[in-house]
Design a protein around this ligand. Structure first.
Ligand SMILES: Cc1ncc(COP(=O)(O)O)c(C=O)c1O
Length: 355
């Protein structure tokens, strides 16, 4: 099939670019002693996770149990759940994964989490595995002090939970546009994680896993002693929001194919709106940058830019999403492309698996 034959709006995934991004990341980590456990929240597609694992990733990171279940069904892992699992229903889903023989460790940050895991283990007869999430400055989840982290680690061991280590995610780096200040912020966050590592080591609880980082911090984190693995996700597709933070390191592999449905004097209108393209991190642009998605309503986008005069109704344009993750979450398949040929269709099996 050719791209011309596809109905729109739909997502195109450039397989050569995906493989190149995967190879770039593995090349960057080569010889550093730091491993990669890529975050599944970006591709949400077992076929992509399979490529990452084949290239040397040591496992997959997830944010939600629904994502872990999709991976388990595809036989992929081991899985690190970089988030708290809260509530009996979810704890029992975690135990069900363990009873299937899935290697999954979950993050914990409090006695509440540990109490729930202990109760779940009693109900199921399974043994949970956990890492302690530490707050390295993002002010989201995580243990606030090294002393608290040591106390929680000791409790994990005492309760018979498989204590694997710690994680911290310095996602607040994306709020700092200026490079020098961002570098300082990332270094401070990683130093905070290392304070927790040192306290654990002194208490005889040295963490086997020290997992950190997103796409914009991999260059620094891979050279930071103490860090054992990275949980970057966006690098595999890249997007316009992430691009300025990594300056050409990764390529845009994901585009949205849009049909122009109306052309006016100063603008044109496309057939993708908020129900197929997100704008939470800013505006999207056509691949060559000459057309801007200036406004989105539910099922329309307003297109502006100098090349608008050349557009005709019925014409197709490819848009690079500002935020790939929130865009792809609204779709069900990737049309996998090589040039203008569609060589495969990959289900986005974990789309909208937000539970
Ligand atoms: C806990 C956690 N780890 C890793 C990542 C991956 O970051 P990035 O998308 O920058 O690669 C995220 C992103 O949301 C995250 O929340």
């Amino acid at each position: 099939m050719r791209i011309d034959e596809l109905d729109t709006p739909c997502l195109l995934l450039d397989l050569d670019r995906v493989n190149k991004n995967i190879a770039t990341m593995m090349g960057l980590l080569q010889g550093t002693g730091v491993s990669l456990r890529p975050h599944f929240k970006t591709p949400k597609c077992p076929a992509v996770a399979g490529l990452q694992l084949n290239a040397g990733a040591i496992g997959i990171t997830v944010a939600k149990l629904g994502e872990a279940e999709v991976l388990a069904d595809a036989g992929l892992g081991p899985i690190l759940m970089a988030n708290q699992v809260v509530g009996t229903k979810k704890i029992d889903r975690l135990m069900a994964l363990l009873s299937r023989g899935v290697d999954i460790a979950t993050a914990v940050e409090s006695d509440f989490n540990i109490d729930e895991l202990v109760a779940g283990m009693k109900r199921s007869g399974q043994r949970a595995a956990a890492v302690i999430e530490v707050d390295s400055g993002m002010r989201r989840c995580g243990s606030a002090t090294p002393a608290e982290t040591v106390r929680l680690a000791r409790r994990l061991v005492d309760e018979g939970i498989d204590y694997r280590g710690i994680m911290g995610y310095e996602g607040h780096m994306y709020g700092q546009a200026e490079e020098a200040a961002r570098t300082e912020l990332i270094n401070t966050a990683l130093a905070t994680v290392n304070e927790h590592v040192e306290a654990l080591a002194e208490a005889g609880l040295a963490p086997a896993i020290v997992s950190t980082s997103g796409t914009a911090s991999v260059l620094i984190a891979s050279k930071t002693p103490g860090v054992t693995e990275l949980q970057a996700g966006t690098y595999v597709f890249n997007d316009l929001h992430t691009e300025p933070f990594i300056a050409g390191l990764f390529e845009n592999a994901l585009t949205l194919l849009v049909t122009v449905i109306s052309v006016k004097e100063r603008y044109a209108v496309g057939d993708a709106g908020l129900k197929s393209l997100s704008n939470d991190t800013g505006q999207s642009f056509s691949v060559d940058g000459s057309v801007k998605v200036a406004r989105l309503s539910e099922e329309h986008c307003t297109l502006t830019g100098d090349s608008i005069a050349n557009l005709k109704p019925g014409q197709r344009i490819e848009v690079v999403p500002s935020h790939g993750d929130t865009t792809l979450n609204m779709h069900d398949v990737y049309y996998v492309r090589r040039g203008d040929d569609i060589i495969d269709t990959w289900p986005i099996a974990a789309a909208r698996k937000f539970r």
